[in-house]
Design a protein. Structure first.
Length: 85
């Protein structure tokens, strides 16, 4: 198992710590940008994913962009049915 040494709130702090030789990090490439030239970037040998949730107010008036986003999520066919909370 991995031994976590730090919990970081900002991706730029994580990249800076890696740059100083304090360890390694696993994060999306876009989150690490800009990546310093002296930091090596490797691709993981397997794909990883994480769930992303979307919440909207049930009786609120939403913009067309909100509906378009929800429709795009549904088209992925990985969108769970709505749950009332």
């Amino acid at each position: 198992p991995l031994k976590l040494a730090y919990r970081i709130r900002h991706d730029s702090s994580m990249v800076a710590m890696v740059r100083q030789g304090l360890g390694i990090a696993i994060l999306p490439r876009l989150a690490a940008a800009p990546i310093p030239e002296d930091v090596s970037v490797c691709t993981l040998p397997f794909p990883i994913s994480r769930p992303i949730g979307a919440s909207v107010l049930k009786d609120a008036l939403h913009t067309p962009a909100v509906y378009a986003f929800l429709d795009a999520l549904k088209q992925t066919r990985q969108f769970s049915p709505p749950k009332a909370v």
